[in-house]
Design a protein around this ligand. Structure first.
Ligand code: S3P
Length: 447
């Protein structure tokens, strides 16, 4: 089957109760921490996407076995430093920055060199952000000018570090936390706020990790070399996947949706805060706590009047993967929306800020860009009639999702390439859109 799709019709109004794919960040972390636990951990609702399956393959190549029985994954760990590392091991992280950066933290004691590789997109991404702290721990690392392939060789003489993480990157913070587990002594991270799933998961396992919250920064203190027991984890829905269905509902006429059991960790809900500032009235119901995480059902209704937003940069980290779709909402809002300091978007699976500007121009929206700041001139009566083609986006799943939602909510005749990109985070994406009534074809419809 071809690897592009055609969308030539807007979606009709819908009223649906759905579940989106499981959280990718938590899925990857649950596997990595299971690999360090003593005994067999049981993970339910694991996201079965390429990024997560590559995480399973990675721990398997390090001597950790797992099996799947009745939709549940059983992962048998042998405690900290329990990997059985063979000579000439290569780990292929595929498209996943999270896997690549986090697993390096678990290799700090490796007695053999391990090679880390990835796909074309991952091979363009910067690893200096993790190489720097890993070297401070005493680890030997070679890279291709701070990019993949990387070779890492652990050390017996690990020393704890005190580190200032000022990018606001959860991947960097988590890499350091995972390194500290196998390091004697106390590691301290003064970290700009970012998603905190690693900390919450370790705290729920009674691991000695302390977090002192400040206004912008947090001080995280971790004691090394404390074993922890295997655990059970039921992975909630991913707000980053829900995001596309939320905006589709907002922009579609007379529609409503409930998305059940989504992780609404405060460090992840920038999207909801920003859309509600724009007048969306999205609600959380049936809130509950699970292993330190907040879970809820999300209620969304179509909104006729979206207003422009002046987005406070303090929300950037909590919406970092959602800005693409937030920009689409801004394109339909009344007034000029302003976003600042979004340079990190260009460090993702593709240069998302650059591509977002190109995309908005493609759909006829005026955008002003000044370095990492953009102003979007919204047009509430925007509907599309022309032909639109989206390709050459380094198979970035979120650019694919954005294009589909734009096509279904604004109209026009769209050809969107690299459908397989959905496998990174949301393999059921197209199937679920079809269940809502979307018409998505592999062949061009004759008119
Ligand atoms: C992730 C952190 C974010 C995010 C990525 C997943 C994680 O990256 O963009 O999709 O699971 O830790 P950064 O930590 O680099 O901002």
């Amino acid at each position: 089957m071809s690897n592009h799709i055609f969308i030539t019709n807007k979606i009709k109004s819908f009223n649906k109760n759905i579940k989106v794919s499981s959280d990718k960040s938590i899925s990857i972390r649950s596997i990595l921490l299971s690999s360090q636990a003593v005994g067999t951990s049981k993970i339910s609702n694991l996201l079965e996407s390429d990024d997560v399956l590559n995480t399973l393959k990675a721990i398997k190549s390090l001597g950790i076995n797992y099996k799947k029985i009745n939709k549940r994954y059983y992962i048998k760990g042998f405690g900290l430093n329990g990997f059985d590392i063979k000579k000439n091991t290569t780990i292929n992280a595929g498209n996943s920055g999270t896997l690549a950066r986090l697993i390096l933290g678990l290799l700090v004691k490796s007695k053999f060199k391990i090679k880390l590789i990835g796909d074309k997109s991952l091979s363009k991404r910067d690893f200096s952000r993790v190489i720097k702290p890993l070297r401070l721990f005493g680890v030997n690392i070679k890279s291709n000018k701070n990019c993949l392939p990387i070779e890492i060789l652990g050390t017996k003489f690990l020393r704890p570090i005190t580190y200032v993480e000022n990018i606001g990157s959860a991947q960097v913070k988590s890499c350091i936390i995972l390194s500290s587990l196998n390091t004697p002594g106390t590691t301290i991270i003064n970290s700009k706020k970012s998603r905190n799933h690693t900390e919450l998961m370790l705290q729920s396992l009674d691991y000695p990790i302390k977090v002192i919250k400040g206004k912008k920064f947090e001080r995280i203190t971790i004691e090394g070399l404390k074993q922890f027991k295997a655990f059970n984890y039921d992975i909630p829905g991913d707000i980053s996947s829900a995001a596309f269905f939320i905006v589709l509902t907002l922009l579609s006429k007379k529609s409503q949706m409930v998305i059940r059991s989504v992780n609404i960790n405060p460090s992840r809900i920038g999207l909801i805060i920003i859309l509600n500032k724009m007048g969306a009235k999205i609600k959380f119901k049936n809130k509950k706590k699970y292993n330190g995480e907040n879970i809820a059902d999300i209620y969304i209704k179509s909104t006729k009047k979206l207003m422009a937003v002046n987005c406070p940069p303090k929300l950037n980290s909590s919406a970092i993967d959602e800005f693409l779709i937030i920009f689409l909402a801004a394109a339909k809002a009344k007034g000029i929306s302003k976003f600042k300091n979004l340079g990190e978007m260009n460090k993702k699976e593709s240069k998302r800020l650059d591509l977002a500007v190109k995309f908005l121009k493609l759909i006829g929206i005026r955008v002003e860009r000044n370095q990492d700041n953009i102003n979007i001139y919204g047009n509430p009566s925007l509907t599309l009639k022309g032909n639109y083609e989206v390709k050459n986006f380094l198979k970035d799943h979120r650019i694919f999702f954005l294009s589909c939602i734009a096509a279904l909510s604004l109209g026009g005749r769209w050809k969107i390439y690299d459908k397989d990109s959905i496998k990174s985070s949301f393999p059921n994406f197209i199937k679920m859109l079809k269940q809502l009534g979307a018409k998505i074809n592999w062949k061009k419809e004759k008119i």
